[in-house]
Design a binder for this molecule. Structure first.
Ligand code: GDP
Length: 195
């Protein structure tokens, strides 16, 4: 269970339970510069004027939006932990999320190692089998600067028992697939709880 002091400014009162009517809290985690802000911008619709009105902004780093996944609406509260290194000490991010997008940049091996560290820390705070996590290798458009291969990313995800996807926020490639994937995993978890 989460402590109130550890929640962010958004939706504190009604989102402690994850269900059809409650938003899923999805946290963006990763080293600085991997593309978390770019992900949040795409989610918020900043790069897509058609969508820019339907995102409720609660603060700099929280955005709530209802998206359709497999024909069913899902409300996501996105937390962009832009200063994860600072907020880390509070351990809040590790406790507020229902699911995590764990980002690294395929052009930045230290960020890949950082993702592994974050995954290990996450495991200490979250029950391993119940928290959906997707390992996201971002910046896959930068082919010539690649430092982490697809197979390394996939192998890392297998070790950490999470899904894997490569994305390019710059090209808007696979970013929504990552968000939809996390919703599907959250639904599977919800359905298995109800069963
Ligand atoms: P954050 O520190 O994790 O929030 O990272 P940002 O979203 O601020 O991204 C850091 C830099 O990488 C910015 O200059 C972005 O424009 C750039 N960037 C983010 N995603 C991509 C991507 O998929 N491809 C490329 N080429 N650049 C990206």
């Amino acid at each position: 269970s989460r402590s109130k002091s550890c929640t962010s400014s958004a939706g504190e009162s009604d989102s402690n339970q994850t269900g059809p009517g409650n938003p899923y809290r999805v946290v963006l985690l990763g080293a600085s510069g991997v593309g978390k802000t770019a992900f949040a911008s795409i989610f918020a619709g900043a790069a897509d004027s058609m969508d820019s009105d339907d995102c409720e902004l609660f603060g700099d780093e929280v955005c709530e939006k209802t998206v359709e996944v497999d024909g069913e609406p899902a409300t996501i509260t996105l937390l962009d932990t832009w200063d994860a290194e600072v907020r880390w000490n509070t351990q809040c991010n590790m406790q507020t999320g229902d699911a995590y997008l764990l980002l690294y940049s395929i052009t930045d091996r230290p960020s890949f190692l950082r993702a592994s560290e974050l995954r290990i820390t996450l495991r200490q705070f979250r029950p391993v089998h119940h928290t959906p996590i997707i390992l996201v290798g971002n910046k896959c458009d930068l082919v010539r600067r690649r430092e982490v291969s697809v197979s390394e990313g996939r192998a890392c995800a297998a070790v950490f028992d999470c899904k894997f996807i490569e994305t390019s926020a710059a090209m808007q490639h696979n970013v929504w697939e990552a968000f939809h994937g996390i919703v599907r995993q959250l639904r599977l978890r919800r359905d298995s709880k109800e069963a």
